[in-house]
Design a protein around this ligand. Structure first.
Ligand code: ZN
Length: 109
């Protein structure tokens, strides 16, 4: 897949295909199309040492998501709830939308 053409977008539900979170589902919090990466809620949690800030004067360990590669996740279709590949189609106004290859429904609302 060429960089910058991420088939997954913010707000999508995805299924994790590999790594320690394999089989888990999560919501995409942020997509990084240029890097083919994305941040998925609850997936690939890393512990990060946070420096003291005026708000939190003690240093602490924060848990946060680290980006995963897009190839490690598959989009879950909001219509059929199945992990699916994406097909692209064009609306009459020229807008490009994503469709589910399993049930044929449009993924974009
Ligand atoms: Zn579907």
């Amino acid at each position: 897949m060429p960089a910058g053409k991420l088939h997954i977008r913010k707000g999508d539900q995805v299924l994790i295909l590999s790594g320690k979170n394999k089989g888990k589902k999560g919501k995409v919090l942020k997509a990084f199309p240029a890097k083919n990466k994305m941040l998925v809620e609850g997936i690939n949690i890393i512990k990060k040492h946070a420096r003291p800030t005026p708000k939190i004067p003690q240093s602490s360990i924060r848990e946060m998501e680290a980006p995963i590669h897009a190839s490690k996740a598959m989009l879950i279709c909001p219509s059929c709830q199945q992990p699916t590949r994406v097909s692209y189609r064009f609306l009459s106004d020229g807008k490009k939308i994503r469709g589910c290859k399993k049930c044929g429904e449009n993924i974009e609302k």
